[in-house]
Design a protein around this ligand. Structure first.
Ligand code: ADP
Ligand code: MG
Length: 234
């Protein structure tokens, strides 16, 4: 459903990706591990259309049995215009990062409702839906708090809710628990994984923590800009 082929990306002289191949199936949760600086975030950004690769392909869509490879709504992200790409990103992808993703000036409930408001939903139903998420997160009394008035774990739960509220088909999570203690990390991962599964989405989960990778269906490792299959994998 989402595939990167031979992806390369350089920043000046730094070759962050050097022919990375990766594939995420429908409904699959893929963990991407690897040392710091190996290219994990760059890979996630290329797959999610945040960065354009210098070379290689990003394919997204359904390949139905019997249909040709290029048919049935498959999209080449690397060939879309900026405008098409940002529309696809907004409607189809959800992102969770380690820090700083909530809008500091907006109360919790509006942060969560933001993707619905940006998609053109009217305010009342969008806020009502966000209120359901606030309750589900166990943050009932805190709906009008600003992000700076929340704990790290609370802010990260809100960031997950915001990434998922519009029902994305692919969720990209880059070290989503990197700033949290293990109790808060488990809470965030359970919310993330349960919702991704319930929505039938797939997820690319970058982490360097084995206990976080254990939530995934499959793990690959990035080394020096390439995806290395785990030893023993077919
Ligand atoms: P990881 O997420 O595995 O730690 P990254 O994908 O962030 O690795 O980075 C891979 C390499 O590319 C690193 O050497 C990093 O310094 C470099 N890099 C990443 N983003 C940029 C950027 N925007 N500008 C310059 N260098 C970058
Ligand atoms: Mg990174």
């Amino acid at each position: 459903m989402l595939e990167g082929r031979e992806l390369s990306k350089s920043f000046g002289r730094t070759r962050a990706l050097r022919g990375a191949d990766v594939r995420v199936a429908d409904g699959e949760i893929l963990a991407v591990m690897g040392p710091s600086g190996s290219g994990k975030s760059t890979l996630l950004h290329c797959l999610g259309g945040v960065l354009r690769p210098d070379a290689g392909e990003v394919r997204f869509g359904e390949v139905r049995p019997g249909a040709g490879e290029a048919s049935c709504g498959e999209v080449r992200l690397d060939r879309l215009s900026d405008r098409e790409l940002s529309r696809l990103r907004r409607g189809t992808f959800g992102f969770v990062f380690q820090f700083g993703q909530l809008v500091p000036e907006l109360p919790l409930i509006e942060n969560i409702a933001l993707p619905l408001l940006l998609a053109g939903r009217s305010r009342r139903p969008a806020l009502a839906e966000a209120a359901d998420w606030v309750a589900r997160l166990g943050l009932d009394g805190l709906w009008d708090r600003l992000p700076g008035e929340l704990s790290g774990g609370q802010a990260q739960l809100a960031a997950v809710a915001r990434a998922l509220i519009a029902g994305p088909r692919v969720v990209f999570a880059d070290e989503p628990t990197g700033s949290l203690d293990s109790v808060a990390a488990d809470e965030v991962m359970e919310l993330l994984v349960d919702t991704v599964r319930a929505q039938g989405a797939c997820m690319v989960l970058v982490t360097h923590e084995p206990r976080v990778a254990a939530f995934a269906d499959r793990t690959v490792t990035v080394r020096d800009g390439r995806v290395v299959q785990p030893v023993g994998a077919r």
